[in-house]
Design a protein around this ligand. Structure first.
Ligand code: ZN
Length: 171
């Protein structure tokens, strides 16, 4: 994957070229990255772990800076990309179960509203990514659509069917 995709608890998506993390391969025990979400201020520590014959980028839950004396760290700050919902609001919450919710719903039709507020607007996200990453937007979206389950990409070039047909063409 060309981009590392990371989700903040505030609902913003952060992306980084995967090669940014290559410097940590020299000493995976001591080299860490602190990612700061400039949208909500949360701080996450990321590190590499061995995976098959390579590495996987791992992340810890939000916490403060706890830098060990001999560690080698880099700090990355980024506001991230807001995630548009069908409700017209942006996601303001994210859990590991890929549930995106605007946290302002409280009307009489809670179930209806909940559904709307947890429905992701893929087409609008494509527009936002296109604007933020005009050069790389296809690679960025491919990275998103591979990492995130539970999001409906139907009718976009990043749906499961579209990805499969792209593969078939390449064969
Ligand atoms: Zn955040």
């Amino acid at each position: 994957m060309k981009f590392d995709v990371w989700f903040c608890r505030c609902g913003h998506i952060h992306i980084m070229p995967a090669e940014y993390f290559d410097w940590m391969t020299g000493d995976i025990r001591n080299r860490h990255v602190y990612r700061v979400c400039q949208s909500c201020g949360a701080v996450y520590e990321q590190y590499l772990d061995n995976y098959e014959d390579g590495y996987v980028i791992c992340g810890a839950s939000p916490k403060g800076f706890e830098i060990e004396p001999n560690s080698d760290v880099r700090v990355m700050m980024n506001p991230g990309i807001p995630v548009p919902m069908m409700s017209g609001f942006f996601a303001s919450y994210h859990t590991s179960a890929n549930i995106w919710l605007y946290d302002g719903y409280n009307d009489a039709h809670v179930e209806e509203t909940k559904k709307l507020h947890s429905t992701f607007d893929a087409k609008n996200l494509i527009k936002i990514v296109n604007k933020e990453y005009p050069e790389d937007y296809e690679d960025v979206l491919k990275s998103f659509s591979c990492y995130v389950s539970g999001i409906n990409w139907d009718g976009t070039p990043f749906s499961y069917e579209a990805r499969m047909s792209m593969k078939n063409v390449q064969r």
